[in-house]
Design a protein around this ligand. Structure first.
Ligand code: PMP
Length: 284
């Protein structure tokens, strides 16, 4: 089936889809994005993703490229054209194309691009993954989902070269911030589900927010607080969460085995609850 992309008001063949060479996304990473998972034809947590898109745009003073309702229609139009029932949709908005100058252009219109991919998401969610740790070298507004992802590119490449699925970034005080494209979780030795609180230090994952709601609805003991790498090494279970990995168990962090080295019961329970949520069943 032919695949289209959406670029500034048009559906165009994916292979020929392009933006201007002076687009500020290309030149300055002056733009933001979202990735929404599509499962059995449903857009999972669509409102949460569009809310966060609005937050990133507002904080960076980039205008919405079109109304939210129109954006939703375009998303559906592209998914339908491309026959995507399971996969993802990628949405990017930049400040637009203008002669290269750091200052905001007086008259640029935001660029809106969307692409889709058909794929099986969370392929490792039942079997688990390895993570390695790296220093967090990113800027101080990690709450904004910007396309400035060079630190994450380097981190994910390092993870791959060290045989891991993800790299957990560690701050200057020895606390885990998050993965390069996922949030980080542990189940402590004494039975608390822990993840770093939302703030400027991490991206507040939409999947993270859904898992916290599930944990609250199921009466699980959870704590939003920073956790150290040492605490992570000693954890009973560990997980990563994101729109594309759902809740995936971490079986090894660096050279330390987590728990007994197999997916644990809490991970399974959270994954099942998240899948039910993604299908529109049950709480949250
Ligand atoms: N942290 C970072 C740095 C990410 O890039 C992502 C993926 N977008 C996440 C966390 C997880 O966010 P979400 O659950 O919204 O996919």
């Amino acid at each position: 089936m032919a695949r289209d992309a959406y670029v500034n008001g048009r559906y165009v063949p994916h292979a020929r889809a392009a933006v201007h060479v002076e687009d500020r996304g290309f030149q300055f990473a002056d733009g933001v994005y979202e990735v929404v998972c599509v499962r059995q034809g449903r857009l999972v947590d669509e409102d949460g993703h569009l809310d966060r898109l609005g937050y990133s745009l507002r904080e960076l003073r980039i205008a919405w490229p079109c109304g939210r309702r129109v954006l939703r229609l375009i998303m559906r139009g592209l998914l339908q054209r491309n026959g995507v029932r399971d996969g993802l949709i990628y949405i990017q908005v930049t400040r637009g194309a203008a002669p290269r100058d750091f200052r905001f252009p007086a008259a640029a219109r935001p660029t809106l691009v969307m692409t889709t991919r058909r794929l099986t998401l969370a392929a490792n969610a039942r079997t688990g993954v390895r993570v390695v740790t790296i220093p967090d070298i990113r800027w101080k507004r990690r709450d904004l989902k910007t396309v400035g992802l060079l630190a994450q590119v380097l981190g994910k490449q390092e993870a791959a070269e060290r045989g891991a699925f993800e790299a957990w970034q560690v701050d200057g005080d020895g606390f885990v911030t998050e993965g390069t494209s996922s949030n980080a979780w542990i189940l402590t030795a004494d039975g608390a589900l822990v993840t770093r609180p939302a703030g400027h230090d991490i991206l507040n994952g939409i999947t993270r927010q859904s898992i916290l709601k599930i944990a609250a609805a199921e009466g699980l003991r959870f704590e939003e607080r920073p956790f150290s790498l040492e605490e992570a090494y000693a954890a009973r279970e560990a997980f990563v969460s994101s729109a594309t990995s759902f809740v995936t168990p971490v079986l090894r962090i660096d050279d330390r085995i987590i728990g007994d080295g197999t997916p644990g019961p809490l991970g399974r329970r959270l994954l099942d609850a998240y899948l039910a949520h993604a299908s529109g069943i049950g709480a949250s």
